[in-house]
Design a binder for this molecule. Structure first.
Ligand code: GAP
Length: 434
């Protein structure tokens, strides 16, 4: 991969896609805020996921649960006991590190070489419910969205009349007190997950595991991640989460190495059993505990993998303009569904008769899509501004538009330009954007 993480971070900051959180107070370790364009990208990812896996499938229903749950949930699920990282402490400066991540046993802080033995550190964030801090009202911010889909399973079966095999899907925030957050938005302490718990009979688990491997491949292509940078890796026993009998990590080749992008786990009947939940087959009356296949996707890692996959730099530029382009030109080849802005409206001059037509077009198209309006700088510069945020189409309003009531539509990828009647613009884009 030729693109560096630094280039992505710079583009994100410069264009307000993603920037450091709490920056005026010196920031906060690995807190990042999604700006105007980043918010759109994130929303588009979540919308596409929901469309592919909830809207279009008869066998999956959605859930939006509270993220603070009764603490007994996390005791039963094994998270209080097992959701740990192994920590070692430098005896000289008392900095703490993940035992599996410290290279060469040298403290990166003070170069000390003596460490304590590894100690378990639970990475769930804790707080107290109500005004009094006491062990009785200690609660946890959820470290995964999954548990509410298990705990609400009986209510969902009863109210939706779903029959096994079926799934529950949820998108929402999760919190982990990571010891070493880092690599931009790769490892955060607060992040969003898109998870499905798919309930099956035990005898069918392998069939559905394979089904979800294929569904994850379909998703990766649809969302704009380069499949050539992906590897499905079986996680060996001993390295899997406490609830899993088989896990496949979907790994991505980031500039900082090949790491986990998504996870697919066979959670067996571990969770429903732990919560004492059974299922009764409505036809046979047979009672049993369903088994679970879980595709689990992080939204921030999806954003990062898409940006890395779609970023292209063209030396010397590709836009034909009267000015010569000396610097590199960036094109973000995002799928149209994911692009934050679908159409940019660019009047060729700031003269009022042109900007009025351009504003009218903007207002009409904005009823259906996210659009941008830009009347500053040369047209070449404005095309480049749109290319680097991945806008699929630019509409140029020129003086001829006043006569022939047509505008020029430019395609981001082919750079082909087409004259389209203003009256037909909406139906023109209807055929190209969803
Ligand atoms: N319910 C299963 C589960 O929580 P996980 O592998 O721990 O599995 C699922 O997390 C996904 O969440 C990961 O594959 C990754 O995409 C994302 N993720 C996990 N920790 C993260 C972090 N600290 N920052 C950003 N994303 C994270």
């Amino acid at each position: 991969m030729s693109v560096t993480l630094e280039k992505i971070v710079n583009l994100c900051k410069r264009r307000g896609i993603i920037f450091p959180g709490s920056e005026i107070y010196g920031g906060l370790a690995n807190s990042y805020d999604f700006g105007r364009l980043g918010t759109e990208i994130k929303n588009n990812i979540k919308k596409l996921w929901w469309k592919m896996f909830v809207q279009e499938r008869p066998d999956i229903v959605g859930l939006d649960a509270d993220l603070i749950m009764n603490s007994r949930v996390w005791e039963a699920s094994g998270h209080v006991q097992n959701f740990n990282d192994e920590l070692i402490e430098c005896k000289k400066c008392h900095s703490r590190f993940r035992a599996d991540e410290l290279a060469h046993e040298i403290c990166p802080n003070c170069k000390g070489t003596e460490f304590t033995s590894a100690q378990a550190f639970n990475t769930m964030f804790k707080t107290n419910l109500g005004p009094v801090e006491s062990p009785d009202n200690k609660v946890y911010f959820r470290p995964e969205t999954a548990q509410s889909m298990f705990v609400d399973f009986p209510a969902i079966v009863e109210t939706s009349r779903m029959k096994i095999p079926f799934g529950i899907a949820q998108i929402g925030k999760a919190f982990r007190n990571e010891i070493t957050p880092g690599n931009f938005i790769f490892r955060k302490r607060e992040f969003e997950m898109m998870e499905i718990e798919y309930f099956v009979q035990e005898k069918d688990w392998q069939k559905y595991f394979e089904h979800w491997e294929n569904e994850m491949k379909r998703w990766i292509t649809a969302v704009g991640i380069d499949a050539k940078l992906i590897e499905f890796v079986d996680v060996p026993e001993g390295e899997r989460a406490h609830y899993s009998k088989r896990t496949v990590d979907v790994e991505f080749k980031y500039p900082f190495g090949q790491r986990e992008l998504y996870g697919l786990a066979y959670r067996t009947d571990f969770d429903l059993k732990a919560h004492g939940i059974e299922y009764r087959d409505p036809v046979t009356g047979e009672k049993f505990i369903p088994h679970v296949i879980e595709p689990s996707l992080g939204v921030e890692r999806t954003v990062l993998a898409i940006l890395l996959s779609c970023y292209e730099e063209i030396k010397g530029g590709r836009t034909k303009t009267t000015e010569s382009v000396k610097e590199e030109e960036i094109v973000l080849r995002l799928p149209k569904e994911i692009a934050p802005i679908k159409v940019a409206i660019l009047p060729l001059s700031k003269k009022e008769n042109l900007t009025k037509v351009a504003h009218d077009i903007r207002n009409e198209l904005a009823k259906q899509w996210m659009v941008d309006y830009d009347e500053t700088a040369s047209i070449g510069k404005r095309y480049r501004r749109q290319d680097e945020i991945g806008t699929p189409y630019c509409v140029t309003v020129d003086f001829e538009s006043l006569e022939d009531k047509k505008v020029t539509v430019r395609d981001r990828d082919s750079m082909k330009q087409e004259r389209v009647a203003i009256a037909e613009l909406k139906s023109y884009f209807d055929g190209k954007l969803d």
